[in-house]
Design a protein around this ligand. Structure first.
Ligand SMILES: [Zn+2]
Length: 120
């Protein structure tokens, strides 16, 4: 195995590169750091998770929650599905929005379109 940072060989079982002290397992370290960043970062401009989730559940067929979060492409798709079918397919985009609303409330969708974490 070789260090991902500096390319020096790392002996099996070593956790850290002796040359640059980079963790041998860079991928998991980065993922953990990104997660901590998201949960610890209280962004004052963050959009409300509750508001986005409820918009998705109640107005998902119009894409309102995606407009709110900045996912404009998805929002327009949901809106057009409902409008162009004269409401016949509103249940389909409504279920789509309902599922996304639940994903937002459960934290599976936890950022807006710009990558800003949602507030609780
Ligand atoms: Zn190294």
């Amino acid at each position: 195995m070789f260090c991902k940072q500096c390319g020096k060989p790392i002996e099996d079982g070593e956790e850290l590169c002796e040359e640059c002290k980079a963790s041998a397992n860079t991928n998991t370290t980065n993922a953990t750091q990104a997660q901590n960043f998201n949960t610890n970062n209280s962004n004052p401009n963050g959009k409300s998770k509750i508001a986005a989730g409820l918009l998705g559940i109640f107005l998902g067929s119009l894409g309102v929650h995606n407009f709110y979060l900045g996912y404009t492409g998805k929002a327009i798709a949901q809106l057009l599905i409902s409008l162009l079918s004269c409401g016949f397919l509103a249940f389909a985009s409504g279920i789509w929005g309902l599922v996304e609303g639940i994903l937002i409330l459960t934290g599976s969708i936890n950022t807006d379109a710009n990558g800003n974490p949602l507030k609780d």
